[in-house]
Design a protein around this ligand. Sequence first.
Ligand code: RI2
Length: 308
Amino acid sequence: MKLIETANSIKTMEIRGAGLIARSAADALKDLAENYQGNSLDEFIDLLDQGGKTLVASRPTAISLWNAVQATLKDAPRAENVEDLRTKIVKNADSFILNSNKAVEIIGKIGANRIKDGDTILTHCNSKAALSVIKTAFKQGKDISVYATESRPWRQGLLTVKDLSDAGIPVTLIVDSAVRWIMKEIDLAVVGADTVCSNGALINKIGTSQIALAAHEARVPLMVCAESYKFSPKTIQGEMVEIEEREISEVATNLPPGVKIRNPVFDSTPAEYIDSIATEIGLISPYAAYEVIVNKLGHECLFERESD
Ligand code: RI2
């Protein structure tokens, strides 16, 4: 079943990146809806609900996944019959995917306005939204260069340097621990987002908060690139974001007996270290996160929480 395959691929990180896992989840629910053979609305709703829960459970940190499931299934309580719900699910999934891709493009344009000719940019991990900003600035003819962190343990930095070099952008790979040393050459740090909390804190790839500290110390602005579905309605209700800890074998194997390993893959950067967040609805202060959640994601999203 495509939904189970998608959930497994998200878990094993064959499908990764907070935006892509969200779009894949919407697409998997669409497939589930299109292929439902029965004629019971209750059974159909249960199936979709279970499917949504399976997808959300595949990775715990990025709220984009939860928001994608909510956006796709939002009409379930109002559906009149199986066909009506099927049509609504397909429409919602298509519109989530379309808007998500559009958002990445718009963020590229908005964020690129903050990049000046001659800038040296630092980026972390592999964020489509952050890369959209950098590539848009380059396409505008700005003479820029990029430092990309390796991003242990998955080394997503290798994807980033390939993407940037394919686009013709001068790029240098550094190990994660070189960030503070390199910071004196950096004009702007640009990172993606897995979750933005209602207090403006950013949850992103492990190491982001160290980059933020080093940037703050060197008075280098940190710009976050986050579509509005990366903002978390759950945090408005006081929920903490669960930080995923992955398999320790991703870090090292064959260590001496008794040596422990931990592998947290995200960390939290407080709002005070963030200069701006480029979203598809404009460049905002991290302190405006609450308004994005309420105005853009809406009370409907908060209401849906009751059925969790
Ligand atoms: P886009 C990634 O997580 C990184 O933390 C990246 O900053 C974030 O998702 C956002 O990526 P992972 O899936 O949505 O590599 O901007 O753990 O592509």
